[in-house]
Design a binder for this molecule. Structure first.
Ligand code: HEC
Ligand code: HEC
Ligand code: HEC
Ligand code: HEC
Ligand code: HEC
Ligand code: HEC
Ligand code: HEC
Length: 324
């Protein structure tokens, strides 16, 4: 009996590690929400409205009430593996939930970006109505199988990023590989230079161009790593030592061990000359390890509850404003 062919048949290591990576779980369908299962009754009071998220047998319900009116909707789509926001559907329209779950607080709070919204009724308090184009982009960055030029069918979207989402042509490659044909390998991503990788990851993590074009300024946009990294003096577009892939394996969760990154910095900032054709960068007069703890500070979003790592690598001086 032959087992059905999957990527794991030939790429077991990558497939196993990716199964638990956050990008695989960037979106979940109903029933697959360990966070809500572990917190089956969440509530918060905000601006005269009470929000409650109750979970039973894998089904979650989002309820908002102003004391007299109450609106309850089933949660079909969860966005985010750590922090969570829900995309809700009412009368054929889509809404981004006005409250989200934050792991730091282990509870509910206002969704980032919604600070300016003052709801006038339970529907407005439930969520921000998403235009059709925006609903589409949510599902396309957090899910797989959104087809360009076709009407979005949320029920048909595969939650999370599948292999094909980054490795276009992988299905064809698998079918061909089974016949011992290796002429249709997916395009090799590790041959892209650091600027091209920034732009590739920036399709979703947002590119420098996207941020400039939209005039997005201030700490709310610290979460857009390609733009922050390219602002740093360390960024050299054709030097693989500063590519996203030098520090991150996209098939794995981010490494939270500060010491892990030292070798990445020292690949350029070493005392001794490196093998690279680029001139060696300066060395630090302050410390020899834990580089990122001082030079890549954590920045809190203006809405609170979530921190991001500033990829604008630099000397941080006390009292200096956040650099644009
Ligand atoms: C029958 C075996 C087989 C199956 C099944 C298979 N691959 Fe491959 N794949 C290979 C071989 C052989 C190579 C070339 C050697 C290598 O890079 O490991 C390869 C290479 C690749 C590469 C690297 C391209 C490069 O040069 O960097 C990617 C990406 C890839 N496969 C993705 C997938 C994905 C995604 C699936 C599932 C949809 C899949 N493969 C299924 C055998 C297979
Ligand atoms: C199709 C959209 C998409 C692309 C392309 C993409 N990402 Fe992501 N990435 C996401 C989303 C969405 C999340 C948030 C996942 C979550 O936590 O729910 C994420 C999360 C991450 C994380 C955080 C993981 C953690 O442990 O919290 C890292 C690191 C990351 N991506 C790196 C990359 C790199 C490097 C690339 C390019 C090789 C890339 N991403 C390309 C959408 C994308
Ligand atoms: C252009 C691509 C893109 C679009 C559009 C997008 N996201 Fe994301 N989203 C990301 C990436 C990349 C991350 C991971 C880095 C970050 O948190 O900024 C992320 C992170 C998140 C997180 C936090 C995940 C965590 O684990 O902490 C939530 C929640 C989220 N997105 C919800 C949404 C919702 C809801 C929409 C639609 C209204 C949406 N996103 C639209 C790319 C996108
Ligand atoms: C977020 C984008 C992303 C997703 C999703 C993704 N990959 Fe990759 N993959 C990459 C990048 C970028 C590289 C090049 C990384 C490198 O070589 O350092 C890569 C390299 C590879 C390689 C060749 C190098 C190696 O490590 O063996 C294989 C094989 C591969 N991926 C298979 C898969 C399979 C199978 C899946 C799904 C289970 C998958 N990838 C999902 C981005 C992704
Ligand atoms: C020189 C090393 C380095 C490079 C290059 C780098 N990162 Fe990071 N990245 C880090 C560090 C350090 C963290 C924080 C790890 C932790 O949680 O302690 C991080 C965290 C992240 C996270 C998690 C959310 C956050 O902000 O804390 C995402 C997503 C991410 N990086 C994406 C990217 C992308 C996309 C690129 C390429 C544009 C990139 N990174 C390039 C070092 C790097
Ligand atoms: C691709 C090589 C490269 C990598 C990798 C790299 N840098 Fe740099 N970095 C440079 C260059 C080039 C400069 C500018 C000239 C100089 O300082 O020699 C620079 C400048 C700096 C500066 C001074 C910035 C300023 O605003 O004056 C600091 C601090 C720094 N790097 C820290 C780091 C840390 C910490 C890491 C790892 C997270 C890192 N670098 C990774 C090449 C790199
Ligand atoms: C305890 C915090 C701290 C740690 C850890 C740290 N640095 Fe620094 N670094 C600083 C400060 C502060 C300065 C500015 C010194 C000055 O201007 O007198 C600096 C300066 C630098 C510069 C600019 C040097 C110049 O002459 O312009 C580079 C490059 C640098 N650090 C790289 C690194 C690297 C690489 C590591 C890890 C091996 C590291 N730093 C670890 C705090 C730190």
């Amino acid at each position: 009996m032959d087992a059905p062919l999957t990527c794991a048949t030939c790429h077991n290591g990558v497939t196993t590690s990716y199964a638990t990576a956050p990008m695989r779980h960037a979106m979940e369908a109903q029933g697959a929400n360990p966070t809500l299962n572990a917190h089956p009754d969440l509530s918060v009071q905000m601006g005269g409205y009470t929000y409650r998220i109750q979970t039973k047998d894998g089904q979650s319900t989002y309820t908002v009430s102003d004391g007299s009116d109450t609106l309850s909707l089933p949660i079909h789509w969860t966005f985010g593996q750590h922090a969570q926001t829900w995309v809700l559907e009412k009368d054929g329209h889509f809404y981004e939930s006005l409250v989200s779950y934050f792991p730091a607080a282990q509870g509910l709070a206002l969704t980032p970006g919604d600070q300016k919204i003052t709801p006038h009724n339970v529907t407005e308090a439930m969520g921000r109505q998403l235009p059709i184009w925006e609903t589409r982009t949510c599902f396309n960055c957090h899910g797989s199988g959104v087809i360009a030029g076709e009407k979005l069918k949320p029920a048909k979207v595969t939650p999370g990023l599948d292999c094909e989402r980054c490795h276009a042509g992988a299905q064809q490659h698998m079918a061909d590989a089974a016949q011992n044909n290796f002429k249709t390998l997916p395009k090799s991503l590790n041959r892209l230079d650091s600027e091209q990788i920034s732009d590739f990851c920036g399709q979703c993590h947002r590119t420098w161009d996207t941020v400039m074009h939209n005039k997005w300024r201030g700490p709310a946009f610290v979460r857009f790593q390609p733009y922050r990294l390219e602002n740093s003096k360390c960024f050299i577009g054709n030097d693989p030592r500063i590519s996203c892939l030098a520090c991150h394996n996209p098939h794995q969760p981010v490494n939270h061990n500060v010491a892990y990154y030292d070798a990445k910095c020292l690949a350029c900032h070493a005392e001794t000359k490196t093998a690279s054709s680029h001139p060696a960068a300066k060395t630090c007069s302050v410390a020899k390890s834990n580089c990122t703890s001082c030079h890549m500070p954590k920045v809190e979003l203006p809405s609170g509850h979530a921190q991001f790592t500033d990829h604008d690598i630099r000397v941080v001086r006390a009292g200096e404003p956040y650099p644009e």
